[in-house]
Write a protein that binds this ligand. Structure first.
Ligand code: CMC
Length: 380
C-alpha cells in the first residue's frame, strides 16, 4: 500500500491477522501446526484424551502438574460446589431466554456474575476463577431448561463435571459413553495457545481489568463463526446435506461460490487438527451406541469431498459437531459448550497474564489522509 510521503505516522507493514506473530510466552499449551501436535503443560493430548477427566485438565492448567488422587478429589469437589448460580442471575436468564441467543445470554451471565465477587489479591484468585468454571456449565444447562419451560435441576457436587452437566441439561442420568464423550470434548477444547478468545481475555487482563471482564471479552470473541461459532454452522451443514449422495454437489457449490466451509481450515495447523481424530472416534462411538450412523456418515463424506478438491485441513469444529449432536445437545448450545470447556484455559491464561503482566498495546498504521484543511462547521 502506498502512503503519503510525509506521513509522519507511517510505520512498518502490518501483519494482517497477526499471522505468525508470537505475542507472549506461556506455560499452558503448545501447538505444533506442522506436525499436528497439541500439548498441555508438556503432555501430548493424545495421552490425555481418553485417559483423564476434565477436572484433571483443570488441575494441569492451574497447577502445571497432573493431580494425585487427593488433589483431584479436592478439584472435583470445588468445581462441583461452584455449579450454583445466585437466584438473581437465574431471574436474569429467565428474562433473556427466547429473546436472545444462548451465547449472548451466557456473555451477560458471566458479566453479571462479576457483581457477586470481591476484588481479591492474585494469590486468592484461583478459587474465584474456579467458581466461574463451575457456574458456566450450570448457566448453560439453565438457559436450556428455562427456554424449554422445564424445571431447573440442581447440581450434585458429588458427581463429575461432565456427568452432572448432562444430568442438569437433560434431566436424566447419562450413559457411561455419553459421560466419556463429554469429558473427551471438554478436555480437548480446554486450551489452544493464543486463539482469538484467549488472546482477547489476555488483552483485557493486561489492562488489569478484573477476571470477569476478561472472560466476558473471551465469550464475546468466541461467539463468531470464524472461531467458536463454526461448530454450530458445521452441524447445520451436515444436517442440510442430509445424505451421502448430496455431499458432492453441496461442496462443489460451496467452492464455486467461494464460501468458507465450516469446520475446515486453520491459521496454525498445516495438517489435520490434533484434536480431530479423537473427536471423530468418539462421535462414531456415540452414534454406534444410538445405532444411527446416517449423519456421521454424511460428515465423513463431506470431509472426503472437501479434501478431494483442496488440501484444507479438518479443524476441531467439524467432528465436535456430530459428537455434541450425538449427545442430544441442540446446535445453538454448541458454542456455549465450547465456552464451558475453554473457560479452563481462559481463566488459566488470565492468571498467567496477571502473574507477569505487561500492557498489550500494539500499533496500527495510519493509512488515511493527512494535513487536511480544517473548516468551521458553518463552512462545511
Ligand atoms: N473453506 C474453504 N476454503 C478455505 C477454508 C474453508 N473453511 N479455510 C481456508 N480456505 C482456503 C481459503 O479460501 C484460502 O484459499 P486461497 O489461498 O486459494 O485464497 C486459503 O484456504 C487460506 O484461507 P484464509 O481464510 O486466508 O486462512 P485464515 O488463516 O485467515 O483463516 C480460518 C483461518 C479458520 C478463519 C478459515 O480457515 C475459516 O474461515 N474456516 C471456516 C471457519 C472455521 O471452521 N473456523 C474454526 C476455526 S478452528 C477453531 C477455532 O479457532 O475456533
Amino acid at each position: 500500500m502506498s502512503l503519503p510521503k510525509d506521513n509522519k505516522d507511517s510505520i512498518p507493514e502490518p501483519v494482517k491477522g497477526l499471522e505468525g506473530i508470537v505475542a507472549a510466552d506461556t506455560n499452558l499449551s503448545s501447538v505444533n501446526g506442522e506436525k499436528g501436535i497439541l500439548r498441555y503443560c508438556g503432555y501430548n493430548i493424545d495421552d490425555l484424551a481418553f485417559n483423564t477427566t476434565f477436572e484433571e485438565t483443570i488441575c494441569l492448567l492451574y497447577d502445571n502438574e497432573l493431580p494425585n488422587q487427593e488433589r483431584l478429589e479436592e478439584m472435583t469437589k470445588k468445581v462441583g460446589e461452584a455449579r450454583v448460580l445466585p437466584d438473581e442471575v437465574i431471574r436474569i436468564i429467565t428474562e433473556l431466554v427466547g429473546k436472545t441467543s444462548p451465547m449472548s445470554t451466557l456473555r451477560t451471565v458471566v458479566s453479571v456474575l462479576g457483581h457477586y465477587e470481591k476484588n481479591v489479591p492474585l494469590k486468592e484468585l484461583p478459587p474465584k476463577a474456579l467458581r466461574l468454571v463451575g457456574q458456566i456449565s450450570t448457566a448453560v444447562a439453565i438457559i436450556h431448561r428455562l427456554r424449554k419451560k422445564l424445571p431447573i435441576i440442581e447440581a450434585d457436587p458429588s458427581k463429575g463435571h461432565a456427568e452432572d452437566f448432562l444430568r442438569m441439561l437433560h434431566g436424566k442420568e447419562p450413559t457411561k459413553i455419553q459421560v466419556d464423550a463429554l469429558n473427551l470434548y471438554l478436555i480437548l477444547l480446554a486450551d489452544h495457545g493464543f486463539n482469538a478468545s484467549t488472546f482477547s481475555a489476555r488483552v483485557t487482563a493486561g489492562t488489569l481489568a478484573n477476571l470477569h471482564s476478561a472472560i466476558t471479552s473471551a465469550v464475546g470473541t468466541l461467539s463468531g463463526p470464524l472461531h467458536g461459532g463454526a461448530n454450530e454452522k458445521a452441524m447445520d451443514m451436515i444436517i442440510e446435506v442430509g445424505t451421502k449422495k448430496n455431499a458432492s454437489k453441496y461442496i462443489q457449490n460451496a467452492f464455486d461460490s467461494k464460501q468458507k466451509i465450516m469446520g475446515f481450515g486453520h491459521r496454525v495447523y498445516k495438517v489435520d487438527d490434533a484434536r480431530k481424530p479423537h473427536l471423530k472416534k468418539m462421535a462414531k462411538k456415540l452414534w454406534e451406541e444410538k445405532n444411527e450412523m446416517k449423519l456421521f456418515e454424511v460428515a465423513e463424506e463431506i470431509e472426503k469431498q472437501v479434501k478431494d478438491r483442496k488440501p484444507i485441513i479438518t479443524n476441531v469444529d467439524f467432528y465436535s459437531a456430530p459428537l455434541l449432536y450425538g449427545l442430544d445437545i441442540p446446535t445453538d448450545l454448541f458454542t456455549p459448550l465450547f465456552a464451558m470447556s475453554r473457560i479452563a484455559g481462559w481463566t488459566a491464561h488470565v492468571l498467567e497474564q496477571y502473574r507477569n503482566n505487561r500492557l498489550i498495546r500494539p500499533r496500527a498504521r495510519y493509512v488515511g489522509q493527512i494535513d487536511r484543511t480544517f473548516r468551521p462547521i458553518e463552512q462545511r
